[in-house]
Design a protein around this ligand. Structure first.
Ligand code: G3P
Ligand code: MG
Length: 245
């Protein structure tokens, strides 16, 4: 289990407002060796970390990410919706997260949120930032937009890609191989031990999301997955310690 990835979903989002620097820092404090985040693009082309296409739920504005500049976005409070103690948290840039992990060995799963809004140039911009910081070998780019994954692999063969999906793919390891991808990122219902084994034979890793109950974590660890994406990296860390004893 040495290379196992304990990936904090949107940072330690079980304890902090998702996709904020507070959540990313807490994830590292809690022992995560991976952080998952969602990337979108502002009207003026900046890469920012936020899950929804609209700003209402987590930043209290009726506008969409694609329609605001970074300057306007940075005036919004991305912490208060979760708890007043997080007032003043901002929507971070991808650069801020990459600089946070740079001195550590933490890996980053960058999910391209381009299934609904397309964001022309998103793939190129993400790859450029990753390369500028020399982090290519610590990044997994994932997306529900599989055309985008193929594009990323063509642009940057050295960066791993992961195929996000909910359910129902037949022999998903063959599908992933066809996309040139390195991993499957299924909803955690869509994982059986025999599928994990068949994937491993093709060098395709299983990284299920979003696994928050211990019983599900245990089942998936038994199935041999290579990573788990969770809101509670501390819970997963405790199970891994028991397993490694
Ligand atoms: O990347 C795993 C997971 O984050 C995908 O779903 O909606 O939480 O971004 P969502
Ligand atoms: Mg995500």
């Amino acid at each position: 289990m040495n290379n196992f990835l304990n990936i904090a979903h949107r940072g330690a989002s079980g304890y902090c407002p998702e996709n904020t620097m507070a959540a990313f820092k807490r994830a590292i404090e809690l022992g995560a060796n991976g952080i998952e985040t969602d990337v979108q693009m502002t009207a003026d082309g900046h890469l920012v970390l936020i899950h929804d296409e609209g700003l209402q739920r987590t930043a209290g504005s009726p506008k969409r990410v694609k329609d605001v500049t970074l300057e306007e976005l940075r005036t919004l409070d991305a912490g208060s919706w979760y708890d007043p103690s997080f007032a003043g948290e901002r929507v971070p840039t991808l650069r801020e997260l990459l600089e946070l992990v740079l001195p550590t060995s933490v890996q980053v799963n960058i999910e391209l949120k381009n299934g609904i809004v397309q964001y022309p140039g998103l793939e190129e911009a993400v790859i450029q930032e990753v390369r500028e910081l020399g982090l290519s070998d610590r990044i997994i780019i994932s997306s529900f937009n599989h055309y985008s994954l193929v594009k990323c692999k063509q642009l940057a063969p050295e960066i791993r890609t992961g195929v996000l999906y909910m359910e129902g793919l037949y022999e998903p390891w063959k599908y992933a191989a066809g996309l040139g991808a390195d991993a499957l990122h299924p909803h955690y219902f869509a994982v059986l031990p025999e599928w994990v084994a068949a994937s491993a034979e093709q060098n395709i890793a299983y990284h299920p999301f979003t696994v928050n109950k211990e019983e599900d974590m245990k089942r998936l660890l038994e199935a041999g997955v290579a990573a788990i994406i969770t809101d509670y990296p501390d819970k997963l860390g405790s199970l891994l310690q028991v397993k490694n004893k």
